[in-house]
Design a protein around this ligand. Structure first.
Ligand code: SF4
Length: 362
């Protein structure tokens, strides 16, 4: 079995560890590029969500490298996520790609089906092997989140432009190469000190929270390196959506959902009192949470046509009025231009800067 999976930010690091530990030959899709987006957009329906197009592009590029099996997460309504894998299956068949798509549906749809799909991937290996693989992947997943968090908080305080990004990449590379939980810990410590060495200032100029659709929030290629851009403008970026948080919220009992995410859902209630799919509730509540924590602004990130985030966006205008915190919505697809994004970000950061000066009486 030559196994592949979609790319989403740095999630390929734990995924690769998980499947390689189970004895699969792993074909990591090449880093997403304009070609990935073009391939996905050419073959997907025009108004399909951008993440569907990007992950389709990943599958096509992995198939070109010899992958014969792809793992994809399933889902349940009300948004379109549950259809992704089915749509992609049909498109890949039409393209004549011999890629067997194994869909892992969320446990709430039934443990038996999930166990059956997992056993297809483990090739009949015992529970002990599965447990060891999950342990290593989980250690990497948490370590990747920690390195990303350190990069977000350190970038606006770096002494030299680009230093944190270089340190972050080096740390992620160390994590990728770690072969045991102990090595993951060592790589994490080494990564921490690499990033710490880049810091030259005690504080960032301002703090901004990011909310939105999880794929777009986590995937640096798809959001055009939003966190790096903000960091280099002196902005400390906060976000509670993470890969390990997604696993906790979707695969484990409710009490393991990260506290901030649970709190955000609660804070959304006065404005939006029912599940709208994706992370719509978390986006609304997250904006309130960040306003309460005194952050300077909030950025909502979403793919063009994303239903849950469109609902959230309409509510966020009221949240912004009630809390006084400026909120910028950024919608991305394959047509988004870099220059337009940079201009909007600079204008937003400038607005936040002026508000700060005004508040300080300067
Ligand atoms: S959350 Fe948005 S982008 Fe994701 S599947 Fe649903 S509609 Fe599409």
């Amino acid at each position: 079995m030559r196994l592949t999976f979609p790319r989403m930010g740095n999630s390929h690091i734990p995924f690769k560890a998980l499947f390689a530990s189970l004895g699969a030959e792993v074909v990591v899709p090449p880093p997403s590029t304009r070609r990935t987006a073009a391939l996905g957009s050419r073959h997907a329906p025009e108004f399909a969500c951008f993440p569907l197009k990007m992950t389709l592009g990943n599958f096509i590029e992995a198939a070109e490298l010899g992958a014969d099996t792809a793992v994809m997460a399933g889902g349940v309504g009300p948004c379109r996520f549950g259809y992704y894998a089915q749509v992609q299956k049909v498109i890949l068949q039409d393209l004549g790609r011999d890629l067997d798509l194994v869909v892992l549906e969320p446990p709430k749809l039934g443990w038996i089906h999930l166990a059956h799909q997992v056993s297809r991937l483990t090739g009949g290996r015992g529970a002990g092997a599965l447990l060891r693989a999950v342990r290593l992947a989980w250690a990497k997943c948490n370590a990747v989140d920690e390195i990303e968090r350190l990069a977000r908080t350190s970038r606006p305080r770096q002494g030299e432009r680009g230093a944190v990004t270089r340190a972050e990449n080096a740390a992620l590379d160390l994590l990728d190469r770690a072969e045991s939980a102990r090595q993951v810990q060592e790589a994490l410590e080494a990564g921490r000190s690499l990033i710490a060495r880049t810091v030259a200032r005690r504080t960032a100029e301002m703090r901004v929270g990011i909310v939105g659709e999880i794929f777009m929030v986590l995937d640096g290629f798809s959001n055009m390196d939003l966190e790096r851009r903000l960091g280099e403008m002196g902005v400390e970026v906060h976000r509670f959506l993470t890969m390990s948080g997604w696993v906790r919220a979707n695969l484990l009992p409710k009490r393991y959902t990260p506290a901030e995410e649970r709190e955000a859902v609660g804070l959304a209630r006065p404005y939006l009192d029912h599940f709208v799919g994706g992370h719509g509730l978390e986006s609304v509540g997250g904006a309130r949470l960040y306003a309460r924590e005194g952050l300077d602004g909030v950025i909502q990130v979403m793919p063009f046509t994303c239903m849950p985030e469109i609902v959230a966006e309409s509510v966020l205008r009221t949240v912004s009025g009630d809390t006084g915190v400026p909120i910028l919505t950024l919608s991305f697809d394959e047509h988004t231009a870099e220059a337009g994004l940079q201009t909007r970000l600079e204008a937003f950061v400038d607005l936040l800067r002026r508000r700060r000066r005004g508040a300080a009486g300067g």
